[in-house]
Every structure is written in C-alpha cells, then in structure tokens.
Design a protein around this ligand. Structure first.
Ligand SMILES: [Zn+2]
Length: 144
C-alpha cells in the first residue's frame, strides 16, 4: 500500500492531466481529436471511432446528480473522521455519459434528488497521518 493511501496517485499517467487540472480548479476530460467524443475513464482508443489521440478539454463543471449514497460507517479507517459524507456519481452537462465519482459537499443529504443540478467546487482531499493533500473536484447543489 502506498504511504499516502488513500490519496489518488496523481502521477498515474492516464489520469495525470485530470489531477493537474483539478489543482487549477478545472475539470478536464479527454476528448477524441477526430470525432469529439468524450472518454471517461481515459481509454487508449476512442470507443466511437478508434482514434488514439485525445485532447484534455475543460468542462463547465456543471452537471446532474446521477446517483449517491450517504456513508455513515467508514469502510476504511482513514475515512472515519469524514462520516457522514455523500459519495456520488455526477453526470456532466456536456456529456451525461461522463460520470465522475465524487463527493457532494455543503449539502443537506435529505434534500438530494435524482437529476438535480450541481456544480463543481474544488476541495483538498486530506487524511489523518498523510502529510500530502490532493485538490479534487467535488460538487454542491446548484440553482436550476
Ligand atoms: Zn473518436
């Protein structure tokens, strides 16, 4: 297990640009340079046309709540201080098939609803005993 577990490995090549974008408060998703299809998670070749080149593209950060769960018991000890928290899948407005696994923050869990509009905010991922932190896109409820 890496020493900074459970932080994401921001040096892992397929997602390196995603984390670099997050550190600048940008949501970046790879987009096929041939047909324009978004690819998330990153893939070697475009699922639509087979192209191997992608351009990391800045998204609006707006999306819809696709699914969520309120976590009350930490599965891993490192998350114990975070409960309760909302783990969510957010479908991005530009391409709802692109769904980010993320957290909803600054929200009332009982007020969450399917397909509600959300927008990205950027918050550091921090864990006890881990010195480093990673800036990550999370989401808050947005006005319709
Ligand atoms: Zn393509």
């Amino acid at each position: 297990m890496r020493q900074d577990f459970p932080l994401p490995d921001v040096t892992w090549e397929p997602a390196r640009e995603f984390w670099a974008g997050a550190s600048r408060s940008e949501v970046l998703i790879p987009r096929c340079t041939a047909c324009g299809a978004y690819a998330w998670y990153p893939v070697a070749r475009c699922r639509r046309c087979g192209e191997a080149r992608f351009a990391w593209t800045r998204m609006s950060g707006r999306g819809r709540l696709f699914s969520w769960v309120v976590v009350h018991r930490a599965f891993l000890p490192a998350f114990a201080a975070k409960v309760p928290f909302v783990a969510a899948l957010v479908a991005l407005d530009e391409e709802p098939a692109v769904r980010l696994a993320t957290n909803l923050v600054d929200c009332v869990p009982e007020a969450l609803d399917f397909d509600m509009p959300v927008r990205a905010v950027f918050r550091p991922l921090r864990f006890p005993g881990v010195e480093r932190e990673v800036m990550a896109p999370m989401f808050v409820p947005a006005e319709g």
